[in-house]
Design a protein around this ligand. Structure first.
Ligand SMILES: Nc1nc2c(ncn2[C@@H]2O[C@H](COP(=O)(O)OP(=O)(O)OP(=O)(O)O)[C@@H](O)[C@H]2O)c(=O)[nH]1
Ligand SMILES: [Mg+2]
Length: 458
């Protein structure tokens, strides 16, 4: 994973474009640059140059910019070639660079290797490196802003200041360890418990922020489930604003899962319309229904849709049985919204009698704004606050583990159960887990895993 050889890759997206960028990074790129253009380039200047093949024929006229180590993205020498953005042309440029860089050991970069080098050379920490990938993958404007904040170090600096506070507390505790008889007195004089409580509170607010950040990054898998013909596909089409799924009055229209991604208040929603759930002897429909259950089993949120106008739909035995089956299949903590569709077929008094059940009409759009609010509420979205950051499952796991250790350390500071040694040890463990977020104390295999998920050229 940690090669020293110079690396090269196309940094722009595959396909045709006005400009395509080829990027080279290595500890000394002067020889390669000289071989390519027969001159040494001054750093940070745009040079209009011609790249030629072995027979002296022009491949492309391009802009080359040289960044000298350590003032570059990777912290090494970087050469950026802004070529014309044709896939075949970029292939030729790559081929020529690899030919002329062979002597220096120039090789094609692994996915994420430029960012990995930036991380290894301390240009960015791990949370910032992840934010680069998240910025590129961002699925909504709010996600872009969150990733940009994380990249600028907002998340890392919160983590670092928490680590610093725990360090201060540890220094205090560890310096007292040799005088056990003074333990109680020490805890009181040093306000150790209050300081720990303050750290725990800060961590709690970071955990809440990270939970929101993960929603921004990954979005929500929202599954539309229910009996046939209740209007699941119509609801998908209404939410998507286009005819994504086929709608007919025939029960059992949808056979396969239909997916569409939309954004509600900046939160990416991956909506999955499923085959209506019922007993069937039709082989194709049965396979479709099995897929519906698979979707329910991996959902973040399920909308259990019913037909408000059908006589046995609301509290009828089929509906109750189906609801129980869905509740049994859900992943732990996955919320369910029960929604009645086709409210346009009810008269007004009927609908208002149903109390808290949400009534909508996929046909007219009635009730859709409330449904969207309920969806965001059910997944715990608190709105895109100022200063929101982007976060991953990995960060949340580290924060949760840190919180567990702080809770344990709190136990060891309780009257009747005081052990400064264990108190300090739990603080250390909490600190280690926080350190993993920014990459301090990270197990090696994890580093490889994180960067291998990046695209080539990043
Ligand atoms: N009046 C009225 N009809 C609706 C509404 N939503 C859907 N329908 C009608 O109900 C029928 C079934 O709609 P679909 O969206 O195909 O229902 P589904 O739940 O996807 O059905 P399956 O795919 O068979 O499971 C169609 O004729 C729709 O036009 C609504 O809000 N009001
Ligand atoms: Mg359908």
């Amino acid at each position: 994973m940690t090669r020293k050889l110079p690396i090269i890759a196309v940094a722009t997206a595959p396909g045709k474009a006005g400009v395509g960028v080829v990027r080279i990074s290595g500890s000394d790129l002067k020889p390669i640059t000289k071989a390519l253009f027969h001159k040494v380039l001054l750093p940070r200047q745009a040079n209009l140059l011609t790249l030629r093949d072995g027979s002296g024929e022009s491949i492309d006229q391009l802009i080359a910019i040289y960044f000298s180590a350590p003032a570059s993205f990777t912290g090494e020498d970087v050469l950026e070639l802004q070529c014309h953005g044709g896939p075949q042309l970029l292939e030729l440029v790559m081929k020529r660079c690899l030919e002329l860089g062979k002597e220096q050991g120039l090789v094609i970069a692994e996915p994420g290797e430029f960012t990995l080098r930036a991380y290894l050379n301390d240009k960015i920490d791990l949370a910032q490196a992840e934010a680069i990938a998240d910025l590129i993958d961002a699925q909504s404007e709010a996600a872009v802003r969150g990733a940009a904040r994380s990249l600028q170090g907002a998340f890392s600096s919160d983590i670092n200041s928490l680590i610093e506070e725990i360090t201060q507390l540890r220094i205090l505790v560890e310096s007292t360890l040799d005088f056990p008889e003074e333990e109680i007195e020490f805890l009181e004089n040093a306000h150790a418990r209050d300081r720990l409580a303050a750290v725990m509170q800060k961590l709690q607010s970071l955990r809440e922020g990270a939970k929101q950040g993960k929603i921004l990054r990954d979005g929500i898998q929202l599954v539309l489930a229910g009996a046939p013909n209740v209007g699941k596909s119509s609801l998908l089409n209404r939410l998507a604003g286009e005819e994504v799924a086929i709608v007919t009055p025939i029960a059992g229209t949808t056979r396969d899962r239909v997916k569409e991604s939309i954004s509600i208040e900046g939160v990416p929603m991956h909506i999955i319309d499923t085959a209506g759930l019922r007993e069937t002897t039709d082989l194709v429909e049965a396979k479709g229904i099995e897929r519906s259950w698979d979707a329910i089993r991996s959902a973040d949120l399920v909308i259990f849709l019913r037909d408000a106008a059908s006589s046995n739909s609301l509290e009828g035995s089929t509906s109750v049985e189906l609801r129980n089956q869905i509740l049994d299949a859900l992943p732990p903590k996955c919320p369910v919204l029960e929604v009645c569709n086709k409210s346009d077929l009810l008269d007004v008094t009927q609908a208002s009698q149903e109390g808290k059940t949400l009534f909508i009409s996929a046909k007219t759009g009635a009730g859709l704004p409330s449904l969207k609010r309920e969806i965001l509420g059910a997944v715990g979205w608190g709105g895109a606050q100022e200063g929101a950051i982007i976060a991953r499952r990995r960060h949340i796991d580290c924060l949760n583990r840190a919180a567990e250790h702080l809770e344990k350390s709190e136990q060891f500071a309780k009257d009747g159960n005081i052990s400064l040694e264990l108190f300090a040890e739990e603080l250390r463990l909490a600190q280690d887990h926080l350190g993993q977020i920014t990459g301090k104390l990270l197990p090696d295999d994890l580093l490889g895993k994180i960067f291998s998920q990046f695209c080539i050229g990043k």
